[in-house]
Write a protein that binds this ligand. Structure first.
Ligand code: HEC
Ligand code: HEC
Length: 385
């Protein structure tokens, strides 16, 4: 199971199964400390009393059981069976033995259904609406290229755009998601043909090509051509191992830290400081990978647009210009009048390309010309725009 599919399953089961399992939640505070047994955990953590095969603060807290909980019920076997259907990549191996179901639907039919049942939340052409996710965002192949954009290395780059077209590795996930979870909250009301039509429409709005041809309005998706669809990010998830050996294959993959750029650790036992063997070769992910968690990782799907004209003028001045310009041609000084007579554009130009008299090109900083001009304006006028 690839990472992404796992995530989607969690998401959908959160929507669909919550009705069955909604239960009272009782915090640790309700458990008297005297009931805790400590010490036997290797990490020095708290272990809870076991009673038969049950454990945990909820079970041992008898007060919690006095509350009556009337939310939810145990699902019947038939209900579980009905929900327990999935569609594996390449259409194999679902637990109930179904592969890709027989059926078909066209983009045109999908568009009509979409406008009737999905548009109210997901917006025109899947553009997204408020907190409802976008289902497409233009050409999937172009967006796919943004997945390696790294704002740490290039602060001006747009962040990766992760929508169905650019990011999802398999079409089966889309079919399964629509069939089992949408339209929210009336999930599982679509016929197989309707799911085909809506999936075809998803391909259309993401400008996906099937067998080298762009999906157009008359395109029909069916069980016959389903597996011809290859998503742009098909190989973007590692390890890409499928079939009978998938589990041992995944284990072997993760047993070799070099496969995912991890360093060798020095000690077998737990360790908090100085744990890495410095001689170990570090495997770098393409483009340098993630080099910093500042700003922290976010779960927001659409990354905020970069504030292109955003530099901390005072900070940049202090670090890059003050060593020379505090002494001559200082901030807001009258001496600038001798320079600005030739016109501000010429001043910018000189400062950007550098001068023989000692001004290094852009003062040695690397930033957009627009930002650099803001800096020059500050130097000349003493005011921050
Ligand atoms: C009442 C609002 C609503 C309607 C109507 C609706 N959806 Fe959704 N849809 C959601 C929400 C909310 C999510 C996000 C669920 C989550 O991530 O937990 C979602 C997620 C999705 C996703 C996954 C997107 C992603 O990138 O994770 C797809 C695909 C999708 N919907 C398709 C459809 C289709 C097709 C229809 C019409 C048949 C539809 N939706 C109708 C609310 C709606
Ligand atoms: C190594 C010293 C040095 C540093 C660092 C430096 N400058 Fe200069 N700068 C100079 C000198 C010397 C001149 C005068 C050059 C001349 O008269 O042609 C100058 C001139 C300029 C001019 C006028 C250009 C013209 O010919 O009209 C601007 C604008 C300027 N600097 C901006 C900056 C900014 C902004 C920074 C910081 C990012 C910076 N400088 C960093 C030395 C420096």
């Amino acid at each position: 199971m690839r990472k992404f599919n796992t995530k989607l399953i969690t998401t959908v089961s959160a929507i669909t199964l919550s009705a069955f399992f909604a239960a009272g939640c009782v915090g640790n505070d309700a458990t008297p400390e005297s009931k805790w047994k400590t010490g036997s955990d290797i990490g020095g953590g708290v272990t809870y009393i076991m009673d038969g095969d049950k454990t945990g603060p909820y079970y041992v807290n008898s007060d919690a059981h006095k509350m009556s909980i009337s939310n939810g019920r145990v699902p019947t076997a038939a209900e579980l069976k009905a929900w327990n259907v999935d569609l594996q990549p390449r259409g194999i191996g679902s637990p109930n033995g179904q592969g890709i179901p027989v059926g078909s639907g066209s983009v045109e039919e999908g568009e009509e259904l979409y406008d009737a049942k999905c548009l109210s939340c997901h917006g025109d052409f899947g553009a997204g609406y408020g907190t409802y996710p976008a289902l497409g965002n233009g050409n999937a192949y172009e967006l796919n290229k943004t997945l390696t954009n790294n704002r740490y290395l290039d602060p001006e780059a747009d962040g990766p755009t992760r929508v169905f077209g650019s990011y999802w590795p398999q079409l089966t996930t889309m079919f399964w998601y629509i069939r089992d979870a949408m339209p929210h909250p009336k999930s599982k009301t679509l016929t197989t043909d309707e799911v085909y039509a809506l999936t075809a429409y998803m391909l259309y709005i993401n400008e996906i090509e099937v067998n080298g041809e762009l999906v157009e309005e008359e395109f029909v998706l069916s069980n016959e051509n389903f597996l011809d669809v290859r998503m742009p990010n098909e190989d973007g998830f590692e390890p890409n191992i499928a079939g009978a050996n998938s589990l041992p294959g995944v284990r072997a993959y993760f047993n070799n830290p070099a496969n995912y750029g991890a360093q060798k650790v020095k000690y077998e036992e737990r360790c908090m400081t100085d744990c890495q063997d410095e001689s170990a070769k570090v495997v770098k992910i393409q483009n340098g990978g993630i080099q910093s968690f500042t700003p922290p990782l976010s779960v927001v799907r659409d990354l905020p647009k970069v504030k292109k004209a955003g530099i901390d003028v005072l900070e940049v001045y202090k670090n890059n210009c003050s060593s020379c310009h505090d002494g001559m041609l200082s901030v807001g000084s009258d001496d600038w009048a001798n320079y600005t007579t030739k016109g501000i554009d010429k001043v910018y130009e000189n400062a950007i390309s550098g001068t023989d008299a000692g001004m290094p090109a852009m003062g040695g900083v690397s930033m957009s010309k627009e930002n650099f001009k803001t800096l020059v304006d500050y130097l000349i006028t003493g005011k921050i725009k």
